[in-house]
Design a protein around this ligand. Structure first.
Ligand code: NAP
Length: 247
């Protein structure tokens, strides 16, 4: 793969789990990385203080469901580095439970972050990309947006909507040099999957042709390819990365 360095990359929710894996992969490529989450973590402190990454890593405590905070975050990044080459919409939240019993607050929390937060930061960043005539927007959706999952109706709805946004934005922005794709992971070993018990995880592994859960690095490699100079013709697509679970 062609390695290009020094790009400006925004990754939402990079404080842990998949987002942290994606942050690490772009820092390893020599890029400048900005991320946000509601609170900091040891990973964030490490990137902030390590001389190898300190000058090209920016973290802000931001609630992505708050538009003013997102506006200020994107402004901070562009004040610092002027441009945004890549946006990775990774931050997401799930609330388990059958829809009939789901509190309205939970519906709002999931939609406000996964859908409205993703749309808002994509709007701000795509404006900057339009003025330059280049860029990549990647959204991390999920196989449950394609196949559904009992107890995850609201989450599944937001993930399907993110794939819809991807297809529409790819049409809107393709002629202006901006590629838009989503990656739909299967089950990953992160905090989000801690809600699944051992029995459920064993069953998922048994049904997965690759014979294991996904790791953040499995997904980070795909995001890297899609945003690399080697991706000259894939846009508007949802790339499923689930070890064959939904094959
Ligand atoms: P995770 O471990 O729970 O991490 C979520 C990240 O998002 C954290 O950095 C979190 O930080 C941040 N975040 C949550 N709410 C936020 C808010 N309101 N504003 C700003 N940041 C917020 O989740 P993950 O497993 O890495 O998931 C990452 C993405 O992959 C999500 O979009 C998820 O839907 C998707 N995905 C995950 C799986 C899986 O099996 N884990 C499978 C398919 C797709 P704070 O809490 O400090 O804000």
């Amino acid at each position: 793969m062609t390695v290009s360095t020094g790009r400006v990359v925004i990754i939402t929710g990079g404080s842990r789990g998949l987002g942290a894996g994606i942050v690490q992969s772009y820092l390893d490529s020599g890029d400048r990385v900005a991320t946000c989450a509601r609170s900091s973590t040891d990973e964030i402190e490490r990137w902030t203080n390590d001389p190898a990454t300190a000058g090209r890593f920016l973290f802000r405590a931001v609630d992505l469901s708050n538009r003013e905070q997102v506006d200020a975050f994107v402004k901070d990044v562009t004040d610092e580095w002027d441009v945004v080459d890549i946006l990775v919409n990774n931050a997401g939240v799930a609330r388990d439970g059958i829809l009939a019993l789901t509190p309205d607050d939970d519906v709002d929390t999931v939609i406000d972050l996964n859908l409205k937060g993703t749309l808002h930061i994509s709007k701000l960043v795509s404006r900057r990309m339009l003025s330059r005539g280049s860029g990549h927007i990647i959204s991390i959706s999920s196989i449950v947006g394609l196949s559904g999952y009992r107890g995850l109706a609201v989450y599944s709805a937001t993930k399907a909507a993110m794939d819809g946004m991807t297809r529409a934005l790819a049409r809107e922005l393709g002629s202006r040099g901006i590629f838009v794709n989503s990656v739909a992971p299967g089950y990953l070993r992160t905090e989000m999957s801690h809600g699944l018990d051992e029995g459920q995880l064993d069953q998922i592994v048994r049904r997965t042709p690759a014979g294991r859960l996904g790791e953040p690095a499995d997904i980070a490699r795909i995001v890297q390819f899609l945003t690399s100079p080697d991706n000259t013709y894939i846009t508007g697509q949802t790339i499923v990365a689930d070890g064959g679970l939904t094959a």
